[in-house]
Design a protein around this ligand. Sequence first.
Ligand SMILES: Nc1nc2c(ncn2[C@@H]2O[C@H](COP(=O)(O)OP(=O)(O)OP(=O)(O)O)[C@@H](O)[C@H]2O)c(=O)[nH]1
Ligand SMILES: [Mg+2]
Length: 329
Amino acid sequence: MIISHLPKLQTQFLLPLKPKTPKPHFNQYLFQFRQSPIYSLFSSLSPVLPTQNPKSPNLIPQQSIIDDIDDDQPQIEISVDKLFVPPETDISSLISKVSGSVSASSARILKGSNIVLSKYASNAQVINAEFVKSSAKTEECPSDGLPEFALVGRSNVGKSSLLNSLVRRKKLALTSKKPGKTQLINHFRINDSWYLVDLPGYGFAAAPGEVRIEWDKFTKNYFLQRSTLVSVFLLIDASIPAKKIDLEYASWLGQNKIPMTIVFTKCDKRKKKKNGGKRPEENVQDFQELIREFFEAAPPWIMTSSVTNQGRDEILLHMAQLRNYWLKH
Ligand SMILES: Nc1nc2c(ncn2[C@@H]2O[C@H](COP(=O)(O)OP(=O)(O)OP(=O)(O)O)[C@@H](O)[C@H]2O)c(=O)[nH]1
Ligand SMILES: [Mg+2]
């Protein structure tokens, strides 16, 4: 069922927990950025001076990876306010003087997304990946301080499949047709330098009420307390209309200012369903409209499929830029 309106404050999700140590990240920066006079330079389309970070001259996008991303998408234009623009990124050269929008086929916008590439998008390849541990509580998670990304979403949305697609392994994370396969916080170490975290799914209909509430506490506690969490990747099934529980989750993450990227999954399922079913692009569009009010600035989003590997290289580049920025600040 599609819901048209959700109250901004989802008090039932607010847990009386300590806020995590503030660490600057892209989304937070963007919130401040949008309110600062510098942002008006972008929104008024005036040219801005190219920015350099003298502390990190080696953080230049790996051209070879960017070149690999083919440019065969249709000429779609995205308005500047719907883009996710990383800090220290000048997009003035991308903006059309005629329409004031940006062409989605620009090599600097990740294909099938609203994400602009920054100078932080380097070291994106996965060279090795290993399962480290399963934890029942946040306190039991690895304590080596490496940055991490958590995959969260409804049961069966494709979290474990996406993780396998990102690391190019069929069965590193276990998947199942039956919802509720992943039950603990599972850490996978990538290139010995960062983690992908597979979480249990929410909204598992077969789970009794009490189990569901416990799950809510358990994962939300992790989001609020885990200081090495660079960003949550919220997975949304693009083959079906928005679910109330997904909107509530997005709202909760927005309320709690938890950095988030929306990953639309199952974009290969293109068959139009009966009774007004929509195509993935339309569901993606609808979802963004429904969550618009939860965020001060458009969160990054990207379309993927673990069957065709659509979006795999793009997600890795985005994770690289979030991670490199986090490490430098
Ligand atoms: N067509 C298609 N099917 C997918 C895709 N991703 C996952 N699936 C299928 O969806 C089902 C659930 O996938 P999982 O990766 O186990 O989902 P999960 O979110 O980890 O599920 P839980 O661990 O139960 O929360 C499996 O049958 C997958 O094969 C996709 O991109 N396209
Ligand atoms: Mg799973």
